[in-house]
Design a protein around this ligand. Structure first.
Ligand code: PPS
Length: 215
C-alpha cells in the first residue's frame, strides 16, 4: 500500500480478497485499523454475472445450468463452482469477523447502488468519515447504458460510464434452476443478514420472479 499523508486516505479495490482464505489475517497484520467496504448483490444474479463474464472470454464453456449442478436430477448444487461459492457471503464474512469488528466494515447493496448511487455513496462517505461531496448532482441515468453514470469526473469535462464489460446482457437461465439457486442461498442469506444487521431483501426478487412446479 502506498504511504498516506495527513488528510489523505488510501483506497484499494480487489474484488477477490473477500473470498481469499489468507486475506483477512494478512490484511490485519498489515493494517488492523483498515476500513473494509464490501459490495454485495443477490448471489443468484452475481453468479449469472460471473458466468456471463467467463462466457465472454471462453465461449466454449458449458451452460450455466450444467455448471450449477453436481447432479441435476437429484437437485445437488455444485457449491464448489466459484461462481456459486463466492455468493455464500456468510461463509466468507465469518473469516473476516475473526480479525475485524463489524464497525470497521461497510456493506453496499449492489442493487441500491444502481437505483440510488448517490444514496449509497453518501453512506460510504459517512463510513469513511468524509464530508458528503459526492451527491445526486454527480450522477445521471444513461438510457443507452441502462445504468447511472458520472456527469463530469474531476479530470475530464465529459460524462463517464463504466466500460462495456459492466452491465452486459445476461443469458436467459432456466427459471427452475434460478428457483433452486434461490432456495440454496436462502439460509446463507438469512445468516448474512443476521451477521451484518442489514436485510438486503434478495428473497423479494425470487417472490416477484417466476416459480417452478417441481419443489
Ligand atoms: N453504473 C453502473 N454501470 C455499469 N454497471 C454497474 C453500475 N452500477 C452497478 N453495476 C453493476 O456492476 C456489475 C459489474 O461489477 P463487478 O463487481 O462484476 O466488477 S468487477 O469485475 O468485479 O470489477 C455489473 O454486473 P453485470 O450487469 O452482470 O455486468 C452491473 O450490474
Amino acid at each position: 500500500m502506498p504511504s498516506t499523508l495527513e488528510g489523505q486516505i488510501t483506497m484499494e479495490k480487489t474484488p477477490s480478497y473477500f473470498v481469499t482464505n489468507h486475506a483477512p489475517k494478512r490484511i490485519h497484520t498489515m493494517a488492523r485499523d483498515i476500513k473494509l467496504i464490501i459490495v454485495v448483490r443477490n448471489p443468484v444474479t452475481r453468479a449469472i454475472s460471473d458466468y456471463t463474464q467467463t462466457l465472454s472470454k471462453k465461449p466454449e464453456i458449458n451452460t450455466f445450468e450444467v455448471l450449477a449442478f453436481k447432479n441435476r436430477t437429484l437437485g445437488l448444487i455444485d457449491a464448489s463452482w466459484s461462481a456459486l461459492r463466492i455468493g455464500i457471503y456468510a461463509l466468507h464474512l465469518e473469516s473476516w469477523m475473526q480479525y475485524f469488528p463489524l464497525s470497521q466494515m461497510h456493506f453496499v447493496s449492489g442493487e441500491r447502488l444502481i437505483v440510488d448511487p448517490a444514496g449509497e455513496m453518501g453512506k460510504v462517505q459517512d463510513f469513511l468519515g468524509l464530508k458528503r461531496i459526492v451527491t445526486d448532482k454527480h450522477f445521471y441515468f444513461n438510457k443507452t447504458k441502462g445504468f447511472p453514470c458520472l456527469k463530469k469526473p474531476e479530470d475530464s469535462s465529459t460524462p463517464r460510464c463504466l466500460g462495456k464489460s459492466k452491465g452486459r446482457t445476461h443469458p436467459k437461465i432456466d427459471p427452475d434452476v434460478i428457483h433452486r439457486l434461490h432456495k440454496f442461498y436462502k439460509p446463507f442469506n438469512m445468516m448474512f443478514y443476521q451477521m451484518t444487521g442489514q436485510n438486503f431483501e434478495w428473497e423479494l426478487e425470487e417472490d416477484s420472479g417466476s416459480r417452478s412446479s417441481q419443489d
